[in-house]
Design a protein around this ligand. Structure first.
Ligand code: SAH
Length: 370
């Protein structure tokens, strides 16, 4: 069991958002900051536009702002802009995986997927993760820290800058548990969907969670039009515990009640993710139990053939087992799809690109550099 699975939620690793992180501020907050520097309100508008529409990489690019004003900004506020550490492009389907460097030396992973309906970016919400899911590479080193709203935003901005293509969709399915970084996540969503920013539609945003019940209920009350995806992965409490330590903290029934509440409050159909692990949760009995569990709910199940990671000996289910599982669910009237694997040729499971990089580049603790 991980540290968080047993007890209460630990304190956030970063002190609450500081006003000095300029790209995390709303337009209103920015207005107040700019006024405190003795500048006119229209400067706040220009500044916001440079950050969130023109996607400037720093104050130097903001050529219509007076130099003295830019100097003041530089002194008072940090400006988040990721450095590109690595970019891999799939020869198969045009998917791109990125490693970005943060100002404190950490690296995070983001993915661009090209679909017929537009470009979708998958972002990380934390550096590492403390949820401990057994099959997931992102959680192996534990949680380092939460990402700031600006650090989530700049994954999207950097990819749009680098490709020159508009990002229209977003999934929060990279490294980290987004609801474990709740306040920063909400602020990020508000900035990303702001009509004076990239103006991405809430309906084009999906947040995936391992199921932090209180936070799902909080999110429901925000009444956003985003899609919530719940990582279910098992149809019984016992099996879920074996795959996801978070299940020691929340009963399956309570998790599903929170999902129903989310639907009631928002009218948004739930998505359930179910990673099929060979010989663990892929039997006809599992499919039947899953159908029984979700029967009558307005939902969609996304089956994900597990992506094996070298640290664990989980294997993918056979193709015919996957097809049979899907058929069985359909027979029970459940809406189900199998997730198409993107960018297969450019590194395996989620979080593996970052993990590989860390293993190669991270200094050893004994060196005293950390
Ligand atoms: N913490 C969030 C979001 C990050 S993971 C969550 O748990 O939902 C995004 C999805 O990928 C989750 O459903 C997760 O369980 C799944 N996942 C992670 N590693 C995987 C792997 N090796 N194979 C298949 N699915 C995986």
């Amino acid at each position: 069991m991980t540290e968080m699975a047993g007890g209460g939620m630990a304190e956030p690793l970063l002190p609450e958002l500081k006003a000095s992180d300029i790209k995390s501020l709303t337009q209103e907050e920015l207005l107040a900051e700019v006024a405190s520097l003795g500048e006119k309100p229209f400067r706040a508008k220009q500044l916001y536009q440079w950050m969130h529409q023109k996607l400037a990489r720093g104050y130097d690019e903001m050529t219509n702002l007076p130099k003295a004003f830019r100097e003041k900004l530089r002194e008072k506020y940090t400006y988040t802009s990721h450095t590109l550490v690595e970019r891999r492009v799939s020869a198969v389907d045009g998917t791109e995986k990125y490693l970005f460097g943060l100002s404190d030396g950490n690296v995070i992973e983001s993915v661009l997927m090209r679909y017929h309906f537009g470009n979708s970016v998958c972002i990380s919400s934390q550096v590492g993760c403390r949820m401990g899911c057994r099959f997931c590479a992102s959680t192996i080193g534990g949680l380092t820290r939460n990402l700031l709203p600006s650090e989530m935003l700049d994954q999207v901005y950097a990819i749009q800058r680098l490709t020159g293509e508009r990002v229209s969709h977003l999934v929060v399915m990279g490294t980290g548990e987004p609801l474990d970084n709740y306040d920063h996540l909400l602020r990020f969503i508000r900035l990303l969907t702001d009509e004076n920013g990239l103006n991405i539609s809430q309906r084009n945003i999906t947040v995936s969670t391992c199921g932090l019940v209180e936070r799902i209920r909080d999110l429901a009350q925000e009444r956003l039009q985003i899609t919530l995806a719940l990582s279910l992965h098992a149809s019984s409490q016992e099996k879920r515990k074996a795959l996801m330590p978070v299940a020691y903290r929340y009963e399956l029934g309570d998790v599903l009640d929170a999902c129903r509440y989310y639907f009631e409050q928002t009218g948004r159909r739930m998505t359930f993710e179910y990673s099929l692990v060979g010989g663990v949760n892929d039997t006809p009995q599992d499919a039947w139990q899953l159908a029984k569990l979700l029967g009558g709910m307005n939902c969609h199940i996304n089956l994900i053939p597990v992506n094996p990671i070298k640290e664990r000996d989980y294997v993918q289910s056979d193709q015919n087992v996957i097809a049979a599982f899907k058929n069985k669910l359909e027979k029970y009237g459940i809406n189900v799809t199998i997730r198409r694997e993107m960018g297969r040729d450019i590194s395996g499971a989620c979080g593996q690109l970052r993990k590989g990089y860390m293993e190669k580049n991270a200094p050893h603790k004994e060196d005293g550099i950390l």
